[in-house]
Design a protein. Sequence first.
Length: 182
Amino acid sequence: MQRRGTVTLYTDRLILRRFVIEDAEDMFNNWANDPEVTKFLSWEPHGDIEITKKLLSQWVKSYDNPDTYNWAVVLNDTPIGSVSLLHPDNDKREAEGGYCLSRDYWGKEIMPEAFSAVIKYAFEEVGFRRIYAKHNVQNPNSGKVMLKCGMKYIGTKNAPLALKPDKIVMCDCYEIINPYTI
Ligand SMILES: CC(C)(COP(=O)(O)OP(=O)(O)OC[C@H]1O[C@@H](n2cnc3c(N)ncnc32)[C@H](O)[C@@H]1OP(=O)(O)O)[C@@H](O)C(=O)NCCC(=O)NCCS
């Protein structure tokens, strides 16, 4: 494993880069305070930009850890969402994908483009063997993203949400295995 953390990635339309404190206003206005975005997530709309600022300062500090994989999805210089690899396990060489996007940009295959780039980086540059992801069964749009990224459906089960281990919901589970590793 090359524990390379959150390096800048480029796709046809997007730049995926580290968050900075100055992203607070865009993050708050574009997705973090939208109840439609957080409807099936493990956290509530921020309600107050101070919450966004506090979270961003934690995220910025977390980049000191080379096992942090947390990108701002940037379109035309504006942050419009986030994509992350959570719970990286360097022994099992696997991590869990997670993402959210400003409602204004849904349906343009932005997240499949972003998450595919993250999976490619995870496999080719970091050396992960497996990326997995899950979504609330009531949120099939997220499963569409997983399928578009080449993930395979592996089952439906009661599972904790990625950032809230005590919140158990029925989830569809997906995975993708690095074709270059055994
Ligand atoms: C899930 C999410 C990241 C999808 O990103 P995206 O870039 O819109 O992905 P796509 O463009 O591929 O759209 C996925 C599906 O969403 C649905 N969709 C598209 N536009 C939509 C819109 N305006 N409103 C509602 N649903 C829409 C479509 O069914 C689409 O599938 P299709 O292309 O096969 O028809 C985005 O909807 C989101 O951020 N949702 C809230 C946060 C979230 O649920 N995160 C995942 C938690 S597991």
